[in-house]
Design a protein around this ligand. Structure first.
Ligand SMILES: *Cc1c(COP(=O)(O)O)cnc(C)c1O
Length: 410
C-alpha cells in the first residue's frame, strides 16, 4: 500500500471499515479480554456525535494494539485497525524513508520508547550472536543526542560514549569520534550501537553518519546503526530529499520517528521502524497470553494512535506534505534573514526549522515572554525558536524587534 492523498469521505469510510473488522464489545461476544469500550458514563457513545468522527469513534471503541503487527501473528480481536498500523509502517518506511520491500515496526509511545526498543534489540543481538558481555557493548552517539540514550544505557546496562560536536556548527568532530572509539576499545568495548541524529532536539543538526561508520569500519569493529529521527523524520526527508539517513543506505538498520512532533498527532505516537529479521531479538516468549507473543517494549497501547497518524498522512498525501514543509522552510529562512540584518548570532541547519539563538543576544525576560526554550535551564548558552505551524511571521515579528533593541543597547 503506497502513501497517497485521500478525500475526507474516503478517509472516513476507510477508518469505519477498519473498525468494523475489529471485534465490537457491544455487538459481539468478547468475554475474555480485560478491557472494554471507554466508560459510557463519562465518554459519549452517542452515534449522532460519533458518526462523522472516525478518530473519536476509534477512541471510544478502544482497540488494543498490543504486540507487533508486522510479524506473522497478532491478536485477532483488533485486526481491522492493526492493518491500519501496518500501513503507517509502510508509508513511513517505504514512501518517506526509501525502504524497499517489507519492514517491521510499530507505533510506540514516543521517540524515547522507539530509541530504547532499537538499543534493546541490538544489545540482545550482540549478546545472542557474539556471546557479548554487557560491558563489551556501548551506545555511541553525540553530545547533542537526546537524553533517551542515557535512559537506554541505564536501563539496558550498557555503556554510553558521546562524541563532541563543534560549538558553532554542531557538526560531529571526526577527531573526537576517533578518540572516543579508541577510548571505548581501550576500556574493553567490542560492540557499538551507533545512534545518528536526523535533526537534534535542541539544534536541528544532522549527523554525518560516515564519521561514525568510517571510524568503526577502519578498526574492524562490529556495529549497528540506528537513526534518531524523532524530531526530523517528518521534516528532513522532505526538506533535503537527497540525504542518506534512510533505508536505501545499507548501514541503517532502524529508524525512530515521532508523529506527535512535526506531524501534529496526539501524544503517544512514536514510530519504530526496523529491517526484517531483528524484532525477534526483543520478543518476550513469556507473553504467552498475547497471540504472536510481544516483541515491543510497551505492552498494551491504543489503536487510536495508529489511526491518527494514518488519517493525517492520508489527508495530505506526499505532495501536500512536501508543500507544508516548504512553507515552514521559507518562514524559517525569513526569520534567519531578519536575524542576519540585526547581526544576531544563531545556528540553523539549512534544511531545518529550528533556530538556536546565542544566549548573549537574549535576555531571560524576553525568552520567558516569547516561550523560547533554553539548551540548559541552569546556565543557558542558546535559546531555540521552533518554526511550527502556529509560529507565524506575525508572532515572530515583535520578537525580532525586541532582539534588535536589546542588541542596540550593548
Ligand atoms: C523528542 C525527541 C526524542 C524523544 O521523544 P519523546 O517522544 O519525547 O519520547 C528523541 N530524540 C529526539 C531527537 C527528539 O527530538
Amino acid at each position: 500500500m503506497r502513501w497517497v492523498k485521500k478525500e475526507q469521505d474516503d478517509i472516513k469510510s476507510y477508518i469505519f471499515n477498519a473498525l468494523d473488522n475489529n471485534k465490537n464489545y457491544v455487538k459481539e461476544k468478547v468475554l475474555g479480554i480485560p478491557a472494554s469500550y471507554l466508560d459510557s458514563k463519562v465518554f459519549s457513545q452517542d452515534n449522532a456525535i460519533l458518526k462523522d468522527a472516525p478518530f473519536l469513534s476509534v477512541m471510544v471503541n478502544n482497540p488494543n494494539h498490543i504486540g507487533c503487527h508486522t510479524l506473522d501473528a497478532s491478536e485477532s480481536f483488533f485486526s481491522g485497525t492493526q492493518a491500519i498500523e501496518r500501513e503507517v509502517i509502510s508509508f513511513t518506511a517505504n514512501d518517506i524513508l526509501k525502504g524497499e520491500g517489507d519492514f517491521d515496526g510499530y507505533i510506540a509511545s514516543g521517540g524515547t520508547e522507539a530509541n530504547i526498543q532499537a538499543i534493546w534489540i541490538y544489545r540482545n543481538y550482540f549478546i545472542q550472536r557474539y556471546n557479548a558481555r554487557h560491558d563489551e557493548i556501548c551506545i555511541l552517539c553525540s553530545e547533542d543526542s537526546h537524553y533517551s540514550m542515557d535512559k537506554a544505557a541505564n536501563l539496558l546496562n550498557v555503556r554510553i560514549y558521546k562524541a563532541a560536536v563543534d560549538a558553532n556548527t554542531r557538526a560531529l568532530s571526526a577527531v573526537d569520534v576517533e578518540l572516543t572509539v579508541e577510548t571505548a576499545l581501550d576500556e574493553g568495548v567490542k560492540y557499538f550501537i551507533v545512534v545518528a541524529n536526523m535533526m537534534t532536539t535542541m539544534f536541528g543538526s544532522v549527523d554525518d553518519y560516515n564519521v561514525y561508520t568510517d571510524t568503526l569500519i577502519a578498526r574492524n569493529c562490529k556495529f549497528k546503526l540506528h537513526v534518531d529521527a524523532a524530531y526530523g523524520g517528518f521534516y528532513y526527508p522532505f526538506s533535503n530529499p537527497d540525504n542518506e539517513l534512510n533505508f536505501a543506505n545499507e548501514h541503517v538498520t532502524s529508524i525512530t520517528l515521532d508523529a506527535h512532533k512535526m506531524a501534529q498527532a496526539p501524544y503517544g505516537t512514536g514510530i519504530f521502524l526496523i529491517r526484517k529479521g531483528f524484532m525477534g531479538y526483543a520478543t518476550t516468549k513469556e507473553a504467552s497470553y498475547v497471540k504472536g507473543d510481544d516483541s515491543t517494549l510497551i505492552g498494551s497501547r491504543s489503536g487510536a494512535n495508529a489511526v491518527a497518524v494514518w488519517m493525517i498522512l492520508s489527508k495530505y498525501g506526499p505532495h501536500e506534505w512536501f508543500e507544508k514543509i516548504v512553507v515552514l522552510q521559507n518562514r524559517t529562512s525569513w526569520l534567519c534573514k531578519q536575524l542576519d540584518e540585526q547581526a544576531i548570532d544563531y545556528y540553523r541547519n539549512p534544511f531545518s526549522n529550528i533556530i538556536a539563538i546565542k544566549g548573549a543576544f537574549i535576555s531571560p525576560n524576553v525568552a520567558r515572554r516569547y516561550g523560547l526554550v533554553p539548551d540548559n535551564h541552569n546556565n543557558p548558552d542558546w535559546y531555540k525558536v521552533v518554526v511550527m505551524e502556529h509560529v507565524s511571521i506575525e508572532k515572530v515579528e515583535p520578537l525580532i524587534q525586541e532582539l534588535g533593541e536589546l542588541s542596540l543597547q550593548d
